[in-house]
Design a protein. Structure first.
Lengths: 384, 384
């Protein structure tokens, strides 16, 4: 993705919400967190009726900087193509909120933070969290902001899982929802790829059983391998072919050695290297685990439509033709269940060869569709 | 795959060929090996006319034990379903040869062997090898056995690459060829997956820059991660779903921990563990590199049909519908090039949900097709 986008950027407010007290957040595992910090950004202004709030849920390695420069990387926000003045999520009209998930590493409480009970970083003593736990924390934030009802909750990939969980667990809080490039459960293949990443991290002796922060080291090599494996799944075979093919990197012929001869190798190594500068290894374990555990039908008696039986919101489900991580068949399963629950649902599959990451890219047809949906929802709700 | 197959097994002869002397094997890199050992098995008897020899090329982690119990693992040969009395490659009729590739670790010279120049294991001083180098060694073996012409050369995956290389570089030695589940070049995505595996191995501190044997250690964790990542690509999403789905391993509910909760995790970990007991980490680096370098069209002026311009052999190209590592489109590219060279080619795509590993599995339609092909070739050549 291009780093410098000559587009108007919204003014963000970076804030943190601190919740303390017994059982500040009760988790699916039964464990509780007595102190929780939620790092979040807002863009635009909440209107007097408090009816123009949109919540954006980030993906596995995303954060609260949906539309503002990430201070760690200096890169644009992950959805800055979608969020800003005049964009799909128009910050001249809407009050846009994005928060770092529970278990994350960008300010919200996660395994790299200090456990108040011990004075040391949690590491693996941090409780295993679920997608629903992430959404519970988001609900606390929305409560704190005094917003009874969200005009929309939207997100792609793991963000889409959170959207589905909002729809199932907090349907009364939603006017509309946009689960994008996602699934109602993580597939065996996706669990397998995550497990490879976790094993790569845990195989790094600098992981130290999760206590690397206490020991003053970091499992950079293991985390980089995890990122490289995952990154392949975010792109399509066609995109890799178009971008790199078998082109060589800075050489005319192969080296007959183990240098990064091919551009695709060089690119992957770069992805690994840059990732370890911004992400916590234990957070990677916890968040991939939360995705693996996600199975919305199982949480509702084995029938996905039961998850949506209280839903009144309008829903726009979206998928991408070349996404093999969350293929269209998974989106259709969501749509079928919504139809079985007599929900108000539209479905669109965008034709693109860019793979899973398409939801983060410049796809004009996607912008047009999403703009139409959100404008209709806003008009229906009288939001100007 | 089932371990115990109640089928007649051929009698194998396990042998080694030692070639010594200046430039015993000259490699594509320009480097030479002055001492080369080739470990090979034969099944059946060479007929008086020396016209019934079939050469089988193994895949990335295969070996010379095509149809006999692997002494290291105690498991059946990788193609025992295809090779034996009365089977497709009928050892009552044919003389079947299979050798471990150059760079391998099952007896043929590779990086774990002693460099005669230093008296120490080669490690990373072993020259980088190519698919053509593997085939050159096979030609030396076939010469040694006094066989001018092979009735057939067959293999799947990297074995298929070797078959294609035989067709391009030694067309006068072949009566027929069967490249299966393969491609004339390694794709960007496939290079990417291999690079993840190599980085996982090299990230293991016990790899020691390739000198682990001298240091008396072994990069088991890194090699296991490499195997896990690769293993996902050998199966289809549908096969993983059918075999494991989201079934839990030895528990009724999730553990809220990082145990192998899911069967697919447990299976992958087992794949990693068992692989490191039988495979050399540096061999994995060298053989994946050879596959990445493979680009038959580039070796022939950029036009694949030029690779086959001297070919007289009958060719049977085969692919599998659910193989996403070497998809049917790659097989079709080979077929198109063979047609453009006016070669005698048939093509078959087998419908199966088992993914790339299908060529190793029990697929009756495949056996019927391959039997028809090899029987026709034998009849044409007067082999009874």
């Amino acid at each position: 993705m291009p780093d410098d986008r000559a587009q108007p950027q919204p003014t963000e407010r970076t804030q943190t919400l601190r919740l303390a007290g017994p059982r500040a957040l009760t988790l699916d595992s039964g464990q509780v967190l007595d102190e929780v910090t939620i790092a979040y950004n807002t863009y635009g202004e909440l209107n007097a009726a408090r009816s123009n709030a949109i919540f954006l849920c980030h993906a596995l390695t995303g954060d609260q900087h949906a539309a503002s420069v990430n201070p760690l990387t200096g890169r644009s926000g992950w959805w800055d193509l979608m969020v800003g003045p005049g964009k799909v999520f128009d910050t001249n009209r809407f009050f846009v909120i994005s928060s770092n998930v529970i278990g994350g590493c960008m300010g919200t409480t996660g395994p790299k933070d200090i456990d108040p009970a011990t004075g040391k970083p949690y590491g693996l003593t941090f409780p295993v969290i679920t997608i629903r736990d992430m959404v519970r924390a988001q609900v606390l934030l929305v409560d704190h902001l005094g917003i009874a009802e969200l005009l929309c909750v939207a997100g792609g990939s793991m963000g889409g899982m959170q959207v589905l969980e909002w729809m199932a667990s907090f349907p009364e809080r939603l006017v509309s929802a946009m689960p994008i490039a996602t699934a109602a459960k993580h597939s065996a293949q996706n669990i397998a790829f995550h497990e490879v990443g976790r094993q790569a991290i845990m195989a790094d002796p600098d992981w130290r059983g999760g206590h690397y922060l206490t020991d003053g080291v970091f499992p950079s090599k293991g985390l980089a391998v995890a990122r490289m494996a995952a990154h392949i799944t975010y792109l399509s075979e066609a995109a890799l072919q178009r971008k790199f093919g078998r082109e060589l990197q800075d050489r005319a012929t192969v080296s007959y050695a183990f240098d990064a001869d091919f551009q695709v190798e060089s690119y992957l190594r770069h992805q690994g290297r840059s990732f370890v500068e911004r992400f916590d290894a234990n957070s990677y374990l916890y968040i991939t685990r939360a995705m693996d555990y996600f199975d919305l039908a199982a949480d509702h008696g084995g029938q996905l439509s039961q998850a949506f039986k209280w839903l009144k919101a309008r829903v726009c489900v979206a998928s991408f033709t070349s996404d093999w991580l969350f293929p269209t068949i998974e989106a259709k399963r969501i749509v079928h269940a919504l139809n079985a629950a007599a929900a108000n649902v539209s479905f669109v599959e965008f034709a693109t060869d860019t793979g899973h990451d398409a939801f983060l890219l410049n796809i004009p047809e996607m912008f047009t569709t999403f703009r139409g949906f959100i404008d209709a929802v806003a008009a229906h709700r009288g939001v100007k």
